[in-house]
Design a protein around this ligand. Structure first.
Ligand code: NOJ
Length: 571
């Protein structure tokens, strides 16, 4: 095979200056803990807060700056906790408020910041407010906390609009009134058990601000804001015939027709809410942080959530969704950095989370990019080896970029998706609401393998796990990779140490050379980074290799050769 030579001293294009602000969140690496699946202390097979606290040293050894906890609040768990029944209580499955306080205290002792998940778009239908709304009837102040409307048609038998739930099916459900008659409809952009709150109502705004203060008073360092782009709805309630898919981007027929502007995503009115939240955070000492889970058209619209008086970060999902293609990744990185620079915010990189097929599986599919909404046993299976090789290269790409980066639990051990979960064990509402057409997100939420030889791979003292772990996960277990040079875990640890030492999160980024079909090359300060996404090995001269995502080769002249789907950091 022919080798491509790369001139790292060729033209450089500076796209991002060094950061000037020094707040921790500008450059932080933040580890997402999914409480159901990280570590189980009480042995019931479901992870819990005491389990997380006991495993915090793993995060310290990994070298992250902070953790983000997905929801652990009281919830009937119809959407794995993103259906909150009480925002000020811990669900007994996960522990108690005292356990949450202990986790916070221990994390802070260990030098880790803690972000928690806030779910402001909807509550659970078990929330006291929704129960009161159901009892109080049409026109009541209790109903005005949610989006209740009369139906269309002579007897109100049709929903108020044709809006569709992200999880599939209609976004409105009709209630039966107290007298037994068919009544109003309520909006749920997600599951039927997740009624949308009415953000036109000042009482709702005050309540969510009070919840922010409740947790800030307990010492959290910030919040990840769920569906941040969805809170405000166009009050004229126009029809909009389009189903927006989950994070994995499974929009229905995205090319079939242009649905026009959405009446509920990214409405201008959402920004006022975050200005108020910004002010709430400013009441507290230290640099607190809000990170938006926002989906909007293009990097500028996303960056608008991080203007100086709004949130501190917004996930750059464009990067996650971009296929494994050098030109497109370069364009995405440039676009993300420039848009966030324009508002003085850090770009916030992410490759995996609890809503998408894990990167090490996604990148092993024939078609890379956003990926499907879950993979089942009868679907085309990812090439595990290719996926892992690319995921490791993608990790060294991401961790060399300036800004903040999020890791999803398991990413640091190269954990793949569980692609053969028995269908009868699936819990994701999307699986049921799409009539099983989409497998859903359970495959990226399987309990974490800690020790290869222990039952349940050490997840739980009894060996119980709420979803089964594939037997071959033994080879990913933390204890198997610990201390093994070149293992995924040790590669992440080294990358995070160097990222900190070289202050890469605050550095400048310049592209080296022109856009190429197969190679990404850039500098961040004195570090040079080359990622080979093509097939032919790339010669990068005699620079010192600081870190590589996989085995390297050498030319007969002693030049470093970067093989296919491999990234190197060069000094
Ligand atoms: C985004 C969350 O990440 C996802 O898990 C959840 O199902 C939806 N928002 C609804 O809250």
């Amino acid at each position: 095979m022919t080798t491509t030579g790369l001139d790292l001293d060729a033209t450089t294009t500076l796209v991002h200056p060094p950061a000037t602000g020094r707040e921790w969140w500008r450059s932080a690496v933040i580890y997402q803990v999914y409480p159901r699946s990280f570590a189980d202390a009480d042995g019931d097979g479901m992870g819990d807060l005491r389990g997380i606290t006991a495993r915090l040293p793993h995060l310290v050894r990994l070298g992250v700056d902070a953790l983000w906890l997905s929801p652990f609040y009281t919830s009937p768990q119809h959407d794995a906790g993103y259906d909150v029944a009480d925002y000020r209580q811990v669900d007994p499955r996960f522990g108690s408020l005292a356990d949450a306080d202990a986790l916070l205290a221990r994390a802070h002792e260990l030098g880790l910041k803690v972000l928690i998940d806030l779910v402001p778009n909807h509550t659970s239908s078990d929330h006291a407010w929704f129960q009161e709304a159901m009892a109080a009837g049409p026109g009541s102040p209790e109903r005005a906390r949610y989006v209740f409307r009369g139906g269309k048609g002579e007897a109100g038998e049709q929903p108020p609009t044709n809006w569709r739930s992200v999880f599939g099916g209609p976004a409105w459900s009709r209630v039966t009134e107290a007298d037994g008659s068919p009544g109003q409809w309520y909006l749920h952009l997600f599951d039927v058990t997740q009624p949308d709150l009415n953000w036109e109502n000042e009482e709702v705004r005050l309540e969510l601000e009070s919840i922010l203060r409740f947790w800030l008073d307990r010492g959290v360092d910030g919040f990840r804001v769920d569906v941040a782009h969805g809170l405000v709805k166009d009050q004229s309630f126009p029809d909009w015939d389009h189903r927006t898919g989950m994070v994995s981007g499974n929009d229905e027929d995205p090319d079939a027709h242009d649905p026009g502007p959405s009446p509920y995503w990214d409405q201008p009115g959402v920004h006022e809410i975050y200005r108020r939240w910004h002010a709430v955070l400013e009441e507290y000492d230290g640099d607190r942080c809000l990170v938006a889970e926002a989906w909007a058209d293009g990097p500028e619209k996303i960056a608008a959530y991080t203007r100086p008086d709004e949130m501190q970060q917004a996930f750059n999902f464009d990067f996650l969704s971009t296929p494994w293609d050098a030109k497109r990744l370069r364009a995405s990185i440039t676009g993300g950095l420039q848009a966030s620079d324009a508002v003085g915010a850090p770009c916030t990189w992410v490759l995996s989370n609890h809503d998408v097929v894990r990167a090490s599986s996604r990148l092993g599919l024939g078609e890379t990019g956003k990926g499907p909404n879950g993979i089942g046993a009868e679907d085309p299976q990812p090439d595990a080896e290719l996926g892992l090789r690319r995921a490791r290269a993608a990790a060294l790409l991401m961790l060399a970029l300036p800004g903040s980066a999020y890791l999803y639990q398991g990413e640091e051990i190269g954990l793949p998706e569980h692609t053969e979960l028995p269908d009868e064990l699936r819990e994701d509402p999307a699986y049921f609401r799409t009539d099983q057409a989409e497998k859903g997100r359970d495959g990226c939420r399987v309990p974490f393998p800690w020790e290869a030889a222990e039952p349940g791979f050490g997840f739980s003292p009894t060996g119980a796990t709420w979803l089964p772990q594939p037997q071959e996960w033994a080879r990913y277990a933390v204890d198997v990779q610990e201390g093994v040079p070149g293992s995924t875990l040790e590669t992440y640890r080294t990358a995070l140490r160097l990222r900190r030492e070289l202050d890469l999160g605050n550095g400048p980024l310049a592209w080296l050379g022109d856009p190429s079909e197969t190679v990404l090359a850039f500098s961040n300060g004195d570090l040079r980074v080359v990622v080979n996404l093509g097939e032919a090995p790339v010669a990068v001269g005699t620079l010192t290799v600081v870190l590589a995502s996989g085995p390297l080769e050498e030319t007969s002249d002693g030049d470093v050769l970067v093989p296919s789907d491999t990234a190197v950091w060069l000094g």
